[in-house]
Design a protein around this ligand. Sequence first.
Ligand SMILES: [Zn+2]
Ligand SMILES: [Zn+2]
Length: 306
Amino acid sequence: MGETTGTTYPRFAAVNGLTTIVTLAIGAPVAIGVGVIWGIPTHAIVGLVVMAGLAGFGVTLGLHRLFTHRSFTTPRPIEWGLMVLGCVAGQAPPFSWVATHRKHHKHSDATDDPHSPHTCGGRQLGFIRGFWHAHMGWTRGGSGYDASAIRDLTRRPDLAWIDRYWYVWYGLGLLAPAAVGYLIGGTAYDALIGFLWGGLLRHAATEQSTCAVNSVCHVWGLRPYQTADQSRNSWLLGLLALGEGWHNNHHAFPYSARHGLHWWQPDTSWCVIWSMERLGLAWRVRRPVLPEHKLVEPEQPIAKAG
Ligand SMILES: [Zn+2]
Ligand SMILES: [Zn+2]
């Protein structure tokens, strides 16, 4: 695969957008309804937690801290595994996810930020419109991405192959909990409830936690670091989003593998990276030098309304 520049669209981009809507609007409510009426076996609850952890770390460790920010280095088989798990999460094909997030950091809360709750295409947004735009509305703008922003990834044929077949890994991530449910329970209902809870409900829940980092963490919370954007720290999302809720810390030190910077800021993704480093599975793990943070001026002024 040669290097490309300009806007590129992932394979079956429309399918990715559809999975987001279908799992949230239909899959998750049906999963809860079926479980309440016909029962929730233990394996379905375990499947939900395990799959949410795997897909969640695929996003936080893989797509975010490893591929977007290069905050640590790890062997290729672990890179492959993390990118596949990022596909299982179903939030976006990996190259699209990384390019969009790099753009967010480059233009955070300024005109060209793809998902700021404060601006969109040069307009200032009202509170409700802005919150919706940052949470999910921005995804309606299409799945195109600037390939020139991720040349470090596109020039890697192994990663490009995983990205090209993102839908295969996503589909396997839906079917795996169904297969395990059938192996444990032995009935068609065990397979169905495994698919619904470990597949669809898990996809909706993990995707919403990422959406909330984009919306909530640029609106509510403390700002211990005076960054040029509106990023905030959220204790709740620090817990639910595997450490990604310490978003003001992250915008202050985007290169850092560690987002929760104090013992009272839980960051499970950092716990995994720290453990990998101890085991020799991660190196060049980048940490913040706390007194070194300096205010970065906005790259462009936020546009005036009208
Ligand atoms: Zn942000
Ligand atoms: Zn980031």
